[in-house]
Design a protein around this ligand. Structure first.
Ligand code: FMN
Length: 417
């Protein structure tokens, strides 16, 4: 019987434990978590979602305060087109976050950054160009392009000296998305170094419609493997979404995947950025508590706990401070929903907005409890304490459980109480 450690993920001449810890914004996959994966010989992701806010918290910068001050005059205006990111400051925040993580790296693994292209930031092309190039400047080992695959993203980095050296990859959920990406990038003569296939059981935004339950990660993985073989493309394929045990991972590696990307099991580790109270919400969740809904202004379905405070919260849009989801015309679906409710209830102090949420503010405050489908199984991975709370795990424990477990077993940690 095989275990994950019997396989290796290869990039050129280098070999890695074939476990990637997925990017979880906003700062849920912290540097500390990613660094553990790298120390143990795998690949860890940080995320650059709301990087100015992340920088403020980590390095005591004042990007958000300064932006809020600059655009305060616009707070009651529903037209947010004036609220622009200063690209110099954005690059500065990105270099700080990534530079500090890279400086702390130990071990043989790699650190990648997850760049979600749905963060359109009131200037999709220029802000993304800035984020990608600043990440390369700061020495990141690799970049994973996700959520809303922007087919022109490789071209945005093509002039960077590290364009052909850094590992660049994409997340897709179908052969079709990969085909379009490859076609649009053909003239760059630069293939992705890895492809992550994310199935419908993942956390965060889903690359499927509300019919997500009709899709199956293993089936899509096999389609992609057949397509790559047919095209003579030797690109490592990493499977993600609902891989809960080492044995689940082995089944994908045996099918021909080069690695797996996992996230949910790490949400209850000490290194994960969620507040301790929220980690307990995750570990205590039952299957009925986990839903997929359409409240994300991105238009993509998102999986979350149904008790998440972000559902129904009718707060004023926080675009002057954040504005990460403003599209190229300065609009966000939440602004429209919020204004509709304000107009319908002019004398109401507590506005309720059910169809959309202010994702920036709620992600920033860890009030949007996005999670993977198998979050309800987390309680099987640790011990319940006498007070009803669950013991948190170390990232090393979870990583090694994926790496060495067999027979669908889950190793429990040593009791700390
Ligand atoms: C709490 C949480 C937040 C996530 N945030 C992001 C994100 O910001 N960007 C992204 O591309 N994927 C995100 N994901 C998806 C993961 O990176 C990963 O691909 C997926 O969840 C793997 O499936 P698993 O959670 O079942 O192991 C998130 C997942 C979780 C659980």
């Amino acid at each position: 019987m095989k275990r994950v450690d019997d396989f290796r993920l290869r990039f050129g001449k280098n070999e890695y434990v074939p476990i990637m810890v997925g990017g979880m914004g906003v700062d849920i996959s912290t540097s500390e978590l990613a660094l553990e994966a790298a120390r143990l010989g795998g690949i860890g992701h940080i995320s650059d979602a709301m990087v100015e806010d992340v920088s403020d918290r980590k390095f005591d910068t004042s990007f958000v305060k300064d932006k809020t001050k600059l655009y305060k005059f616009n707070i009651n205006n529903s037209d947010k087109s004036v609220v622009q990111f200063d690209l110099e400051r954005l690059a500065d925040a990105q270099r700080r976050h990534i530079g500090a993580t890279m400086a702390a790296k130990k071990g043989d693994g790699l650190i990648f950054v997850n760049c979600m292209e749905k963060l359109t930031m009131n200037g999709p092309r220029e802000t993304l160009r800035t984020r990608l190039n600043a990440a390369l400047d700061a020495g990141i080992d690799g970049i994973t392009l996700s959520a809303g695959l922007h087919f022109g993203s490789f071209a945005l980095m093509a002039d960077h000296p590290r364009f052909r050296e850094a590992k660049l990859g994409i997340i897709v959920s179908s052969v079709r998305a990969l085909q379009i990406f490859l076609r649009k990038n053909a003239k760059l003569d630069r293939l992705p170094d890895f492809i992550i296939v994310e199935g419908p059981l993942a956390g965060g935004h889903l690359g499927f419609g509300m019919d997500w339950a009709e899709y199956d990660l293993m089936a899509i993985t096999k389609e992609l493997l057949a397509y790559l073989k047919g095209e003579n493309l030797d690109i490592p394929l990493i499977a993600a979404g609902g891989i809960f045990t080492g044995s689940d991972a082995v089944s994908f590696l045996e099918a021909g995947a080069a690695g797996v990307q996992v996230a949910t099991r790490f949400t209850i580790t000490n290194e994960c950025g969620l507040p301790a109270k929220v980690k307990q919400e995750y570990v205590k969740a039952t299957e009925d508590d986990i839903i997929v809904n359409g409240i994300s202004p991105t238009g993509y379905p998102m999986r979350m706990l149904k008790s998440t405070p972000a559902i129904g919260a009718g707060i004023r849009p926080g675009c002057e401070s954040y504005g990460y989801l403003l599209d190229a015309t300065g609009n966000c679906a939440y602004i429209n929903s919020y204004n509709r409710e304000v107009a319908a209830h002019p004398n109401e102090k507590n506005i309720v907005v059910m169809d959309k949420t202010c994702l920036c503010t709620h992600m920033r405050n860890f009030n949007c409890w996005t999670c993977g489908h198998y979050t309800y199984r987390l309680k099987d991975t640790t011990h319940k304490k006498p007070d009803g709370d669950y013991q948190l795990l170390s990232a090393e424990h979870v990583f090694k459980d994926y790496q060495f477990s067999i027979d669908n077993q889950i190793a429990l940690p040593e009791k700390e109480f």
